[in-house]
Design a protein around this ligand. Structure first.
Ligand SMILES: O=c1c(-c2ccc(O)cc2)coc2cc(O[C@@H]3O[C@H](CO)[C@@H](O)[C@H](O)[C@H]3O)cc(O)c12
Ligand SMILES: O=c1ccn([C@@H]2O[C@H](COP(=O)(O)OP(=O)(O)O)[C@@H](O)[C@H]2O)c(=O)[nH]1
Length: 497
């Protein structure tokens, strides 16, 4: 036992993630890249994740994911608490109980916590940096949304630029390195009508105290977002090390195992069904793990899918806490009337779906993981964003990456099935479709280059590992992301990118 513990503390990094699948998986993939460079890695997250993994697999939860040890701490709430409906309460309680519970976990698992090379946290558990400080361990943040969101929040919460206010809710926001943004392009949390009171507080504290993070890593790649990445260099640089997606999507060794957890059991039968469909014919539809669409919007999508008469694969994840208004439920007529046309599953093996040759396009809520997976699959997107970073991600898809179209809302906030049908036709046939597909394939190639040996992201990982393992760098308490990030970018521009 003593020997195992000693080993654990050699060259060890502890990752800490918020409980959502889209936050844990990029962290695990970062962990794997660190492990490939000789670092021992563990990931700590909250008990609710262990509980969901248990439910999804039916067996006991894994205590390791491809060599990364999983550790769990309590968020202070009971397992059956409805966290999704009460996000503000959840985030508050987690912020109150998380620090002491994580601190106890560290004490329990590491005989000398100071030996940890660093803690890596994500933006939704920013208090991890205080736990790191308590043990005198350096702390890094993995930013799990586009670097554009990092730039927007940094400027917003440090009051460096003007954002919409209750008296000027429609103002257009102009920021360096980004296109002009109207209110429907901004992250929902910076708008005056944002209902999540504790979010601005969480992010104000985070962005006003960035010096607590010695490194900021981003789940993106330089070539994808170079203008906005360059634009934050002077503020507090972010170093892109992504895309953190399964190795099979990156053209890497097919034998390489992915590091990820599944909180829901995926329905593999849809892969067999896909195999029976013509190449580039299927519309894939999914809104991720959190969004629950209002019944009216479910109806509009259902009508559009039926009317376009093309094969579809729609993920309809039953709401964990169903409501009488029918939110998140299929219209009653749908399955019967489309039974020869498409498939509905509760949860799909999404990365296998996106890279399947039968899939033509993806109607998505624009979660960043889904977007990166799509970029790496080289197919166009139809953006239907809901909240948080998603509206801005949709803006990037259309105006910066130019790999998709956006479903525009009517003046009353609803969507019409005709608009969805038009978007589908636009990305499936004709000159726009052709251009989008070309752009998508080009970005896919750039993504593969970034993570391949000596690519921009690979180089940034190498620099990070060099930094955390270098004794003199560790003792220097000042945040030095700046120097390194500049160096990383010089290297990139040296190569003529
Ligand atoms: O902001 C939150 C909060 C939150 C924080 C503070 C508060 O007071 C209230 C709520 C909780 O869960 C989230 C989960 C998310 O999952 C998903 O994470 C991906 C990667 O960040 C995104 O790209 C996807 O759009 C998104 O659905 C994204 C989020 O932005 C949040
Ligand atoms: O049916 C599904 C839908 C989603 N996902 C995965 O769940 C994650 C969703 O993350 P994202 O950031 O896109 O959205 P979120 O669910 O966090 O809103 C992605 O990795 C998807 O591949 C999946 O495996 N099956």
């Amino acid at each position: 036992m003593a020997q195992a513990e000693e080993k654990r503390e050699e060259n060890h990094v502890l990752l800490v993630a918020f409980s959502s699948q889209g936050h844990i998986n990029p962290m695990l993939r970062l962990g794997k890249r660190l492990a490939a460079r000789g670092i021992h890695v563990s990931l700590a997250t909250t008990e609710i994740v262990r509980h969901r993994m248990l439910k999804s697999s039916g067996a006991g939860p894994a205590d390791h994911v491809t060599g990364i040890e999983l550790l769990f701490f309590s968020d202070g709430l009971s397992l059956d608490y409805d966290r999704k409906t009460n996000l503000d309460v959840y985030m508050d309680i987690l912020g109150k109980h998380g620090p002491s519970n994580l601190s106890a976990l560290i004490k329990e698992h590491y005989t000398s916590p100071k030996k940890l090379l660093c803690l890596v946290t994500n933006p939704f558990v920013p208090w991890v940096s205080d736990v790191a400080a308590e043990y005198n361990i350096p702390c890094a943040m993995l930013w799990i949304q586009p670097c554009a969101l990092y730039a927007i929040y940094y400027r917003c919460f440090n009051k460096l630029s003007a954002f919409p206010t209750p008296t000027d809710p429609d103002m257009v926001v102009e920021l360096p390195g980004l296109p002009s943004m109207e209110k429907e392009d901004l992250p929902s949390f910076v708008l005056p009508n944002n209902p999540f009171g504790s979010f601005p507080k969480l992010f104000s504290e985070l962005f006003q105290g960035m010096e607590k993070f010695k490194w900021v890593l981003g789940n993106s790649f330089y070539e994808l977002e170079k203008h906005v990445i360059d634009s934050v260099c002077e503020l507090y640089p972010i170093r892109p090390i992504g895309p953190l997606v399964p190795p099979t999507l990156l053209g890497q060794d097919q034998e390489l195992e992915d590091a990820s957890v599944d909180m829901w059991k995926s329905d593999e039968t849809c892969i067999e069904w896909l195999t029976q469909q013509p190449p580039s014919s299927v519309i894939y539809v999914s809104f991720g793990s959190i969004v629950v669409l209002p019944a009216k919007q479910m109806e509009a999508i259902a009508t559009a899918l039926k009317n376009v008469k093309r094969p579809f694969l729609w993920v309809v994840k039953p709401p964990e806490f169903p409501t009488p208004d029918g939110a998140g439920q299929l219209p009653s007529w749908f399955l019967e009337e489309t039974k020869d046309q498409g498939q509905v599953v509760r949860w799909s093996p999404q990365t296998r779906v996106l890279s399947h040759p039968a899939v033509a396009c993806f109607i998505t809520h624009c979660g960043w993981n889904s977007m990166l997976e799509t970029i790496c699959s080289g197919i166009p997107l139809i953006a239907y964003p809901q909240w948080t970073d998603q509206p801005t991600n949709a803006k990037l898809i259309v105006d910066v990456f130019k790999i998709g179209v956006r479903i525009k809302k009517e003046a009353d906030g609803n969507i019409s099935s005709e608009v969805i049908e038009k978007c589908i036709e636009e990305v499936m046939v004709g000159p726009v479709a052709e251009q989008l597909r070309k752009n998508a394939m080009a970005l896919k190639a750039e993504a593969q280059k970034a993570v391949a040996a000596d690519g921009s992201s690979d180089e940034n990982i190498r620099l990070f590992v060099e930094e955390i393992t270098c004794d003199s760098c560790k003792k220097d308490g000042s945040p030095n992301v700046g120097n390194l990030s500049h160096e990383g970018q010089d290297k990139v521009s040296d190569k003529g990118v």
